[in-house]
Design a protein around this ligand. Structure first.
Ligand SMILES: Nc1ncnc2c1ncn2[C@@H]1O[C@H](COP(=O)(O)OP(=O)(O)OP(=O)(O)O)[C@@H](O)[C@H]1O
Length: 597
């Protein structure tokens, strides 16, 4: 129980943050409104005395005797009116306080929910990139879109429990002041009811985890339907996908039913037990000779106490029912078992000599059974030169780009930037030196201008200049809204070649010290590509460029070539020395290539 409770409370405490200081106000308002309610109920004693024509009912002591004295000097009619007015005033004030408490708890709930969502987005932005290689996007989407709301609801439930708890404490105190014997009896009964309730609630945690896990799978299926719409249709897999989706959805339904069936048993069970307790208290009071007005006051107080007790117990079972959600949110927010973001503090400004891969070995995380992707890879990228990195599919070219961007770090060996290990360089400063145009980097859902200037405060004129260099200006100009054209989700309203040219313009507008092109023009037509290559050729000498491509034409402007094969560097050469070789020959005839230093 504590294993679940302590981390859950920790999450709630973190979510409440600065709002924690408002909790005493919630308690005070809860206590005050319950005290007003209790006082209002206590005034029933003298009212009933007047109505029954019995000024001094037997067996009054303690607080009941105090209530009985109220308005004693007045005539019966006048006293009845005064007491009735006082009851109404107490009820009104109680409700004003209750409303104030609702506003306060709603405010705290809103802030805490926002804080959970904000912490989740913060974590997703800060977390080391390998995390995204290891975990299903469906699970992450489910945590953000579903489980975070349930965690917020848990906060609301805890706040409500504080209010109900405060009310219960006050009403129990009034009961105690009316008759400690009956209160002891009721308290024992409540403990027994709570034990029965806790036993059933504890069985909610397993189905709750199942619901969370099936929800994650369903979210993954939803993502798949959204992203793979073309694939599904072109291969005629609608029926199969529908069956798979329905299966995932039905699994959520079944797990949800199992959870809700157990949760649903709790309110009737609790109500029956509370009613039994209620009736036992009434019969017990009568048997032990408690006076009529006190029995009435006690019964009314007990009657008012019951919803608070039931709500407290329901809060408990609800939080147990959300335990799976709380665990998922806590898991994502917990940084201790997540890949760290890249670190380093050395400043960097431009590239002086070059980049050196020094016996770099790497295997993707979570893939111990898989072969090493790069094994003792060593090569240089000289400053101001253009270097092509080529190799057959799966040779590790994009992995090298991932390392240069510091998405992943070498397991062994080092990458040196002008002699300084890359892992010691401030990652933010380093990333400002590079710009990547890759077939994998998406466009954002915004205008073309927003896409080109993404991450760079460039003017329209600068964006246009970059678009011209990337051979994108021509087609952008022809669009009705020009640079203001909205490209849609992932640039869906553009052709693949158009998307690539915008992505290239986005990289060029930064005028980076190091430009990395990873299959950045493979969807662009030949004429446009030739013009882009010309642009890159003009850039050569001034800036450093790394090009990854399977096309001979794309790397034609490069000075050097590095050939990768089977995770190793097969050869390095000046491109001019191997100018006569085709791509396939370059891949296969590495031994003929002249090796550099
Ligand atoms: N996230 C990943 N997890 C595990 N292995 C991966 C991951 N990404 C790539 N790999 C593996 O690493 C190897 C190199 O992949 P990489 O993408 O670097 O190749 P590439 O040379 O760029 O290929 P291509 O020319 O097809 O783009 C491949 O065997 C691939 O299966």
């Amino acid at each position: 129980m504590l294993k679940f409770l302590v981390p859950g409370l920790q999450l709630l405490r973190d979510a409440l943050g600065r709002q924690l200081r408002l909790l005493p106000a919630v308690v005070v308002l809860g206590l005050a409104s319950a005290a007003l309610e209790g006082a209002g109920i206590g005034l029933i004693i003298p009212m009933l005395g007047i109505i029954a024509g019995d000024d001094q009912p037997a067996g009054l002591s303690g607080i009941s005797a105090v209530f009985q004295q109220i308005g004693e000097g007045l005539g019966d009619g006048e006293r009845l009116l005064v007491i009735a007015a006082a009851v109404l005033a107490l009820i009104t004030l109680k409700n004003v306080l209750a409303f104030a408490n609702t506003l306060l708890t709603t405010f705290i709930y809103g802030k805490a929910s926002h804080s959970i969502r904000s912490a989740l987005s913060d974590q997703l932005l800060r977390i080391g990139y390998p995390f995204f290689l290891q975990h299903s996007p469906g699970r992450l989407l489910n945590i953000i879109s579903n489980e975070s709301w349930r965690a917020s609801d848990a906060i609301q439930t805890v706040l409500a429990a504080i209010v109900h708890g405060s009310a219960a404490v006050i009403l129990l105190s009034f009961l105690l002041l009316l008759s400690w014997q009956m209160t002891l009896f009721v308290a024992l009964g409540l403990v027994l009811v709570q034990l029965a309730h806790a036993a059933v609630s504890a069985t909610l945690r397993r189905p709750s985890r199942e619901v969370t896990s099936f929800n994650g799978e369903l979210a993954a299926r939803m993502l798949h339907l959204v992203h793979a719409g073309r694939l599904i249709r072109v291969f005629g897999q609608e029926a199969r996908e529908k069956a798979t989706f329905d299966g995932a959805s039905d699994a959520v339904r079944r797990a949800g039913f199992a959870l809700q069936a157990r949760q649903g048993a709790l309110p009737p069970m609790t109500e029956v037990l509370h009613s039994a307790l209620f009736l036992a208290a009434v019969v017990g009071a009568w048997l032990s000779g408690v006076s009529f007005p006190v029995i009435v006051a006690f019964v009314v107080l007990l009657y008012r106490l019951q919803p608070h007790m039931r709500a407290l117990q329901m809060s408990w079972s609800q939080i147990q029912g959300w335990s799976g959600s709380l665990e998922e949110v806590r898991w994502l927010l917990d940084s201790s078992d997540k890949p760290k973001p890249p670190s380093g503090s050395e400043p960097v400004d431009g590239l002086g000599e070059g980049i050196k891969f020094d016996r770099v070995t790497f295997r993707y995380p979570g893939s111990e059974a898989r072969p090493v992707v790069l094994r003792e890879v060593s090569f240089d990228v000289l400053s101001g030169r253009s270097t092509a990195i080529i190799g057959r599919s799966g040779a590790g070219k994009t992995t090298i780009v991932n390392m240069l961007c510091r998405f992943v770090e070498p397991d062994e060996g080092r990458i040196l930037i002008d002699g300084v290990p890359l892992d010691q360089i401030d990652p933010g400063a380093w990333r400002r030196q590079i710009a990547v145009a890759s077939q994998d980097l998406e466009l954002v859902d915004g205008s073309i201008l927003e896409n080109i200037t993404y991450g760079q405060s460039a003017t329209l004129a600068e964006a246009e200049r970059a678009a011209r260099l990337a051979e994108a200006h021509g087609f952008i100009e022809k669009l009705p809204q020009g640079y203001q054209t909205v490209v849609g989700y992932r640039g869906a309203s553009l052709s693949a070649g158009q998307r690539q040219r915008i992505a290239l313009a986005r990289a060029l507008v930064r005028d980076p010290a190091i430009l990395i092109l990873d299959e950045a023009t493979n969807a662009v037509d030949g004429l446009s590509e030739a013009a882009i290559v010309e642009t890159l050729r003009l850039r050569a000498g001034r800036r450093t460029t790394i090009v990854i491509s399977h096309h001979r034409s794309t790397i034609s402007f490069c000075d050097d070539v590095v050939v990768l094969g089977s995770g190793r560097v097969k050869g390095r050469a000046s491109l001019a020395d191997v100018a006569s070789l085709s791509m396939d020959q370059l891949y296969e005839h590495e031994t003929r290539m002249e090796r550099q230093g």
